[in-house]
Design a protein around this ligand. Structure first.
Ligand code: NAD
Length: 254
């Protein structure tokens, strides 16, 4: 699928990886709907991107919000070609005996936003895509999710985050197979450590030492590198049902 003149709904589009993806897709001639629970950042980016972008305040865990976001793509731009699921949270857990990773409330919140929110948006976007006239080779749309290397390599305190992201990785292949007849692909990116507001909350020294653990290149990932992979997935019809690590060969020791 070409990016030019195609329409992409980006959850978490107001910040970090989602914002970089929006900028890149617009630079490639696409149009974007920024769907984020944070209206301040989402509206600011939409204003920066001009007529190629609209913002719709969206909590991905809400079915009504998800429907409204998809409807915004159709009303603003007439179609929906791609969904990029970037909305997510990384709950910081303090590990102290039975506290921390075993707290049910924060575990459920991570699963609700990262996993169920992703699935909620996937199915609503796919429903709209399935009704569209197909493009080349019968393609009707592409669904791109964001997992994490924590899905395979979760660290102490990451039980909730790792479990939610393992779920996102796990749904990729069955969703791709289920939607194949509709000409809709599903691909997931599993980023390593990227310099976004999610990471920039940490002291610079911690960020630098994390970057140094990346075998090559020995630094944190740049959001533009994530965005470039999103663009590649959009354009490469053969990529389907795959979870792609984007981590500089990072394997973290516990
Ligand atoms: P970020 O905090 O900069 O952006 C996340 C965005 O999601 C924010 O704009 C936030 O408002 C939005 N969001 C949170 N909950 C939401 C909800 N319920 N509904 C709608 N929007 C919601 O973080 P980021 O680093 O850009 O992360 C993007 C994705 O990448 C996340 O899923 C994250 O888990 C994943 N990821 C990030 C890294 C990293 O190192 N930065 C690594 C692996 C995976």
């Amino acid at each position: 699928m070409q990016i030019e003149n195609h329409v992409f709904l980006i959850t978490g589009g107001g910040s970090g990886l989602g914002a970089a993806t929006a900028r890149h897709l617009v630079a490639c001639g696409g149009r974007v709907v920024l769907a984020d629970v944070n209206a301040a950042t989402g509206e600011a980016l939409a204003a920066e991107l001009g007529t190629a972008a609209v913002f719709v305040r969206t909590d991905v865990t809400s079915e009504a919000d998800g429907r409204a976001a998809v409807a915004t793509a159709l009303s603003a731009f007439g179609r929906l070609d791609g969904l990029v699921n970037c909305a997510g949270i990384a709950p910081g857990e303090k590990v102290a005996g039975r506290e921390g990773p075993h707290r049910l409330e924060s575990f459920a919140r991570a699963v609700n936003i990262n996993l169920i929110g992703t699935f909620n948006m996937l199915r609503l976007a796919a429903d709209a895509m399935a009704k569209q006239e197909p493009g080349a080779e019968g393609e009707r749309g592409v669904l791109i999710n964001t997992a994490s290397i924590a899905a395979y390599d979760g660290q102490i305190g990451q039980a909730a985050y790792a479990a939610s992201k393992a779920g996102v990785a796990g749904l990729t292949l069955p969703v791709a197979r289920e939607l194949a007849r509709s000409g809709i692909r599903c691909v997931t990116i599993a980023p390593g450590i990227f310099a976004t507001p999610m990471m920039e909350a940490m002291p610079q020294a911690v960020q630098d030492s994390l970057g140094a653990t990346v075998p090559f290149p020995s630094r944190l990932g740049r959001p533009a590198e994530f965005a470039a992979l999103v663009a590649h997935i959009v354009e490469n019809i053969m990529l389907n049902g795959e979870v792609i690590r984007l981590d500089g060969a990072l394997r973290m020791a516990p």
